[in-house]
Every structure is written in C-alpha cells, then in structure tokens.
Design a protein around this ligand. Structure first.
Ligand code: F0G
Length: 496
C-alpha cells in the first residue's frame, strides 16, 4: 500500500523527459575506424556517387535508405531458423498467407483452389510493379497512371511500358502550409479534372502511403476515401503502393479526427477496405530485409474488370520468380517476413519509431537546417534550394549531390539526393536540364537500428555544413547525365 501511494505521487512513466526505447540491443556490429581522408579518397574514386561507397567505411549513420536495413527482432531471427526450404508449400507460405489476411483483410489472399489467384509474392516491391504494369501497359494506348507521388522505380516501370506516370501532389506540399499533417494527400481537384477529361485513358489510380516522393508525408483517411470513390465513380480500380502502410496508419490515429481511439490494426483494415489491390515492398513496413508482393481484392473492381490478368500474372510469376508458394523468396525469408509483418502494427513500436524520426528532424530544424515540416514517417527531407539560398549554387550544379558527398567525406554519414538529379532529366535536343517540382536530400532512418545519439551527430554535422554552405562547390556530371535512372549510375566531380 505504501509503495502504491508513493508511486501515485511521483510523475508518471510517460511524463519523464527521457523515455527508454521499447526494445534493447540484441546483437550489435562494431564499426571499423576510417578517417575523413580515407573516405574522401574512396568517394572521389567512385565518382561521388554515394551508392557505390563501401558501407563498411561508414563510420556515422547510413541513412541512404530505410529499405531492407531493418534490425530484425529476436522473434524474426528465431523464425529464420524455422524456415522450410521445400519447393512447394513451405511452412512460411502458410505463415505469410495467414498474416497477410490478418493485416490487410481476408479478401487479399484466396485459398488455393478457391477463386482466382490474387496474391503474388515477389522478392521486392519493384518486381511486383513490373508484373502489374507489364500487363496494364497492354490494355490500351496513351495510358496515364495518376498518383499522389510515384516512387522512382514505380514511375520508371510505368514509363517502361509506354504509359505516363503522373504526380498529382497536394497543394499544401508546395505551398509550405504549416500545421497540416497530411501533405502526402492526392490532389483531388487535379484528379477530378483528369478523370473528367481522360478517364478512358486511366487504367488505375495509384496512391503511395506514406508518400515517399513528397517528403515521406502521410495521406489522410478522408483523402483515401475520396480518391477511391472518385476512381470508382469512373469505374477505375484504385491501388495502394503500400510500403509504409503502418506508419501512415499511425499518423491517421494521431492526427485525424475520429481515429484517436482506434487500434492501428483496425485503421489498417479500414484503409485497405478502399482499394482493389496493392503493391508492397516488405523491406519497409514488413520489417524484413527482403520481400514484396502484388495483392488483388477477390471481390474488387480490378479482378472484375481485367479478368484475364490474374492468370497471366500467375504464369509470369512462375516464369520469372518461382512457384506461387515461395515467389522468389527463400523459406527462411518468408518466415522472417511473416513475423515482421505481425510486429509492425504494434502501437509502442510505431510511436517510438515515428517520434524518433520527428525528433531527428526537429533537431535539424532547431539547428537552422531547412527541413520539410511537419516531419514525415520514415525520413527527414532537407530542402536543397532553401539550404543553398543566396549562395552561388545553380540548379545544374546539383547542390543536393554535392551536399551528400561533403557530408559523407567529412563526417561519415550517408544520405541521398532525391531532387534535381534523381527526378530530373537531361533534354538531349535542347541540351538543358528539365527540373522536377521537388529538390530534396533525404535522410531515411532504418527501423530499430540507430539511437538518439547517432542521429544527433548527423544533425550536428549538418549544422556545420550549413554554416559553411557558401564554400560547398557544385558538381559536374562526368558520366551518365542522359541515362534513365541516372542517379544509380552517374559519376560526378567537384567543380572547384
Ligand atoms: N514504392 C515505394 C514508395 C518505395 O519507397 C520503394 C522503395 C518501392 C516502391 C520499391 O520497393 O525497393 O522493394 O523494390 N524504396 C526504397 C527507398 C528503395 O529507399 O525509398 P523495392
């Protein structure tokens, strides 16, 4: 009794300024020591392209991507051991089937022998996109696939099949509206105008949750429902690119009226009740190092409208990846994935995860770095144009590429340019750069991997570079300016 009285008198656990993480380190990797001179030499050798920089030499934080770099839970490591490498119907197949039905809804995984095939496991997100858009591209000519923001591989897969990938960003994204939490929304007015004029050229409407290309910003339930209803009004199937579905659900719970008391799992089911299908990279909100898939609603508009496609997809999967019961993954990967998918909707995990990214971003903001606010789910986005405002940096000096190179060489942290170089292209006829709407450097935070101290070090390094922004030279492209997906392949050198 006495101790209860004392505890009641003390500040409650959640009210303390420093809260413990909802997990502890299970296994760690010790880093090797490298100097900034070592890093600068190697970076120059790989043409300042951070993708080619050896990860073993990263002495700081590797924030190149949040994809496939999750630190797995002990349950996932244990489930790897339970992997069954049978050629047909391995143990993991049943685990993933049950987990997909639980997480997204029964309608996304027909039991074998009942109904058309509608669940296709692939080894990555982009393989699922390739499978889908290869078939969609055959439906007609001059097709347009609108989205609130296509990821680079998604856009590239659409265009590789002679369709136009159209981004309909919300006005709030570019207008810098403060206090609006759903800047990842689809621009409903622009979608309506497009469908009024050209609905017969739109085979499906796509929505990325959270919106990676638009600063990792979430989409509201209201916007999901509106976009879905609008697509359905015109008889057009509505799809998610669902990579970060759990993080998106958390934002809905925290910031949208009417969802505060709802469990994340129920919010996810409600979100997915609006779609006719989705593509997925489990390397994000599957907490897995590998895995992806394409899932079609059994009673949805896509299955009704494009009746021959599921059968073709099944053959495609068998030819390109493997038997439908493993689909390009090893049995052990599938086990780890099923376990990760069960964990990712955990309230404590998600709250910690998203607050960690927010604190990192707000720490940058407090140090005077121009970041997209509010902070999104998986990454902090630095606005390159504001960063270099009033300096000599010109658009085709690719300040974002230069910033990433200097940060990596000087302080050992790896970020990536998602801006004028990544999303822009070189017009070979006019010999000019065609610039995209957004110009960011992204700091993606891997799940369950870094601690506050690590991320504080990145913010501190960025503060120093911001103070020296006048002295950061632009870059010249020495190879690959005119290539497709050029950011993965190009080489650069500093201009001075
Ligand atoms: N869609 C989105 C929104 C993504 O962010 C990604 C990957 C994909 C699709 C493709 O998935 O890598 O499994 O083939 N994004 C990673 C990133 C690479 O760094 O943002 P994948």
């Amino acid at each position: 009794m006495k101790i209860t009285a004392l505890i009641n008198k003390l500040p409650q656990e959640g009210q303390l300024a420093s809260l413990p993480r909802p997990y502890f380190n299970h296994s760690v990797e010790l880093k090797k020591a490298f100097s900034s001179k070592d890093r600068a030499e190697v970076l120059a050798r790989v043409g300042l392209n951070v993708f080619f920089f050896p990860s073993e030499m990263i002495t700081g934080c590797d924030l190149l991507s949040d994809s496939g770099v999750t630190t797995m839970t002990n349950e996932q490591w244990a489930s790897l051991h339970m992997g069954d490498e049978a050629y047909g119907s391995n143990r993991g197949y049943f685990a993933i089937k049950d987990q997909i039905k639980k997480t997204f809804g029964d309608v996304f995984f027909n039991e074998p022998g009942t109904g058309e095939p509608n669940a296709f496991i692939f080894h990555q997100g982009r393989t699922s996109e390739d499978a889908l858009f290869t078939q969609i591209g055959k439906i007609g000519k001059n097709l347009i696939v609108p989205s609130n923001g296509h990821f680079d591989t998604t856009g590239a897969n659409i265009e590789a099949n002679q369709m136009q990938a159209l981004n309909l960003f919300a006005d709030e994204l570019t207008e810098g509206e403060k206090g609006f939490h759903f800047k990842g929304n689809m621009n409903i007015e622009r979608l309506r105008t497009l469908l009024e004029k050209a609905h017969d050229r739109v085979p499906l409407v796509y929505m990325t949750i959270t919106n990676n290309t638009a600063g990792g910003q979430p989409v509201s339930m209201e916007n999901i429902v509106e976009a879905s209803s609008l697509a359905h009004e015109y008889g057009i199937p509505f799809f998610f690119d669902a990579c970060r579905f759990a993080e998106n659900a958390w934002f809905i719970q925290q910031h949208e009226d009417g969802f505060g008391d709802m469990d994340i799992k129920d919010i996810v089911l409600k979100m997915f009740s609006c779609v006719d299908g989705f593509t997925m990279s489990y390397k994000k909100d599957g907490l897995a190092n590998m895995g992806g898939g394409l899932f079609l609603r059994a009673d949805g508009l896509f299955m009704k409208k494009y009746q021959n496609i599921p059968g073709v997809l099944l053959d495609y999967q068998i030819l390109k990846e493997g038997h439908p019961t493993y689909g390009g993954l090893s049995g052990r990967d599938i086990m780890a994935l099923a376990s990760g998918l069960a964990t990712v909707t955990d309230q404590e995990y998600l709250t910690y995860r998203i607050n960690q990214v927010r604190d990192f971003g707000e720490g940058m903001h407090a140090r005077g770095i121009p970041v997209v606010m509010p902070i999104g789910g998986h990454a902090v986005y630095v606005d390159v144009n504001s960063f270099f405002q009033n300096t000599k940096m010109k658009p085709d000096d690719f300040g974002g590429v230069a910033l990433c190179a200097v940060l990596l060489a000087a302080y050992g942290h790896r970020a990536c340019e998602l801006g004028y170089f990544t999303f822009g292209h070189f017009d070979k006829v006019k010999k000019v750069e065609i610039l995209p709407e957004v110009n960011f450097v992204r700091f993606a935070v891997p799940r369950l991997r870094y601690e506050k101290q690590d991320l504080d070090a990145v913010a501190e390094a960025m503060k120093i570079l911001h103070a020296h922004r006048e002295e950061i030279p632009g870059v010249r492209v020495t190879y690959g300016r005119e290539l497709s997906l050029r950011h993965f392949k190009a080489k650069f050198e500093f201009k001075s």
